[in-house]
Design a protein around this ligand. Sequence first.
Ligand SMILES: Nc1ncnc2c1ncn2[C@@H]1O[C@H](COP(=O)(O)OP(=O)(O)OP(=O)(O)O)[C@@H](O)[C@H]1O
Ligand SMILES: [Mg+2]
Length: 479
Amino acid sequence: MNLFWRWGRRVKKWDDRLVARSVIFLLVTSTVIGIWLVWRQNLFIDAPVISKIATVCLFDVMLLVVVYGVMRRQRWYWEDLCNRQELARMLIDNMWYGSDARSNGRGDQDLITYVPHLYFWRRYSITDFPRLYYKRKKGRIYITVKITMGKYQDSLLKLDSKVETGLDCELIASSYKHKWQHYTFLCDVQSSRIQLTEMKCYDGKMPLMRHLKWAYEEHPHALIVGETGSGKTYALMSFIEAVAKSGADLVVIDAKNADLSGLAGYLPEVYFGSADIKEQVIKFYEDMLGRMESMKRCADYEPGRNYRVFGFQARFMIFDEYVAYLSMLQKKEAEEVISYLQKIVLLGRQAGFFVILSCQRPDAKYLPDGVRDQFGLRIALGAMTDSGYTMMFGTTEKRFITKDIKGRGYVGLWDGVITEFYAPYVPPDHHFRESIGAAYAGAHAGGTSGKLFPASAESVASPAPRAVGDKAQRGQGEA
Ligand SMILES: Nc1ncnc2c1ncn2[C@@H]1O[C@H](COP(=O)(O)OP(=O)(O)OP(=O)(O)O)[C@@H](O)[C@H]1O
Ligand SMILES: [Mg+2]
């Protein structure tokens, strides 16, 4: 009984005809009630038998119409019936059960093979049907299955791809505990998309969708990959706006000298010249080492505590078109940048130094395994090739579908779950530069808005400019 409430309804071996059974049950019940009313309660005493039968039939039809009306309003109830039926069929069609190999009396032939056409006999022969529970709550489907050591248990540990396609939902979490495998699926992922304004960091977490928060202090660093026009820069801008609101420090790097470079003048540290970028990556690394030293010097220093405990701010390096930048460098220089990046990615978490990279292709040359595996959040936007998905998420049985929606793709989470993703929606009339400038100013200068850091004519025109305010900012977080 406890299981019934906690994990929902058990899917049984008879549930492969659940919908038909429910309709038949309804008809039989209504017919019995109809007959009872007409005959036992002596309604229409003098009416001929035919009209009594017609009355019972009418009663049946009325009841079905009422039930249909209720079902249309309570859409989920109907869908749950269908889903439980689909799950039962999945178990039966794949023969994920133990069956009774009783003799049929004419040799030792299995009952199932002997009478394959008899539905009831086949179901009775099933002796060990998996304990699988189904529950729906707040747009999520929870499936819990008992793991024993039977021959089909491996399949039950990897139900996600079958359920995702069969029930049209997306796995968002899975865990194994005390011999039970728990799956959580989201039914309508797109309805979980948030607006840009809802993207506010707090307590080391950044909301990305209604059901999804990026806990950047626990799973640091993000990688955003996607073909041109898939929404990488918009996603990066959204991250910048959220980070700016939180009062964290930002180093913005735009290797293409395109959209993000337009933030110069609105943020103190925006870089887009090739030489300047390398210098800034090295500086970011050195600042991180400096922060580590500063933390150790704190009176209340305790190993294992993170930067926030000692009153430091998070510091983010947002790097657009990372691979394009590295491909412009000489091999040696590129390797040098990669090695700095690798160190930041490996050591940055505790000191509060986080990296968010974007590129069009996750090239193994520029994102070696040692670096790529350290990204707590991996987002693949738009359509990608199979090899691209493998590069991003490792070998996976996930079926990736392409939809023509900007900012849509897949996200790979720290627990290995890969799920559909919609970047926070940016309304067409949103002005990133002004809102980011105002958010940063609000968090750092007590509410001043507008152009806080006017880019000088020189910084805009020069091929390797350094944004105004750089020096003032340098070391500010470490003071
Ligand atoms: N989250 C979103 N909300 C609303 N519109 C979006 C979103 N993401 C992308 N778009 C739309 O898609 C367009 C292209 O997005 P974006 O410039 O971010 O692509 P990109 O991947 O950076 O392309 P490129 O590789 O060429 O720089 C935007 O101009 C915008 O109209
Ligand atoms: Mg872009």
